[in-house]
Design a protein around this ligand. Structure first.
Ligand SMILES: [Zn+2]
Length: 238
């Protein structure tokens, strides 16, 4: 597999310039193997990383606050979204209640929802502003007031993922939601003669075909796969 920046050096330069212009305390680099994303986690191979200090204003707090963060670009950027690792003493490294997992990995939300807030063609600066900033604002508020901020959150994983897909698919039963997700996570469009995952006993073409087609138009199958994997990995730990 070839890293995205080898095939698209123009995008790499564009990303780097936009980051330097909007967030001067952060920088985009090609990080070597062993690069420390934080005290717990080092890279195994060369990757593009945006790291540094992010300053933000939090509703209800008068002072600006800053956090050190490390943002990892996936190999298949920007088809797949980046991931964020906390790198700041103010944030706990492994605390499910804070949506921070092993290695300081930040649970930024449901993959499909991230994709909606960060559509194809967006830059890393947009990811930081639209996805990471709300996460950090939540953390700062929680630390300051010892409670969840009034602007709310989704339930913890995997329930938050199921909530999102429940709304999207207009379904409530988690088993059915997962069956639909399994179908949506397939690379190839399901065939009309297959049985519909809603368990009506009807063929897809006489049942939820249109819904499946519409969802596949807005959410990439690989993204659904990531969400499904997330749910399954949590359930296997129970
Ligand atoms: Zn159906």
């Amino acid at each position: 597999m070839v890293q995205w920046y080898k095939n698209n050096q123009r995008l790499f330069r564009e990303e780097r310039e936009a980051l330097a212009a909007r967030f001067p305390l952060m920088q985009l680099i090609l990080a070597k193997p062993e690069f420390k994303m934080n005290s717990e986690f080092s890279l195994k191979s060369e990757c593009a990383v945006a790291y540094g200090t992010y300053e933000l204003n939090v509703p209800g707090m008068c002072q600006e606050i800053d956090y050190k963060i490390s943002v990892l670009f996936p190999e298949k950027y920007s088809k797949n979204p980046p991931t964020m690792y906390c790198n700041d003493e103010k944030l706990p490294m492994y605390n499910i209640d804070r949506h921070i997992l092993k290695n300081g990995y930040a649970c930024l939300g449901v993959q499909a929802e991230i994709r909606q807030k960060w559509p194809q063609g967006s830059l890393i600066v947009d990811f930081i502003e639209n996805i990471i900033e709300p996460f950090l604002a939540w953390q700062a508020y929680y630390d300051e007031f010892q409670k969840v901020p009034p602007w709310g959150e989704r339930s913890h994983f995997p329930d938050g993922i199921l909530e999102y897909y429940a709304e999207l698919l207009q379904l409530s039963e988690s088993g059915l939601i997962k069956d639909f997700m399994t179908l949506l996570a397939r690379k190839n469009n399901p065939k009309g003669h297959e049985f519909c995952p809603c368990q009506s006993g009807k063929r897809l073409r006489h049942c939820h075909r249109e819904l499946i087609d519409n969802v596949r138009k807005i959410i990439n199958w690989e993204v659904v796969g990531l969400d499904l994997k997330q749910i399954n990995s949590f359930e296997s730990k129970k």
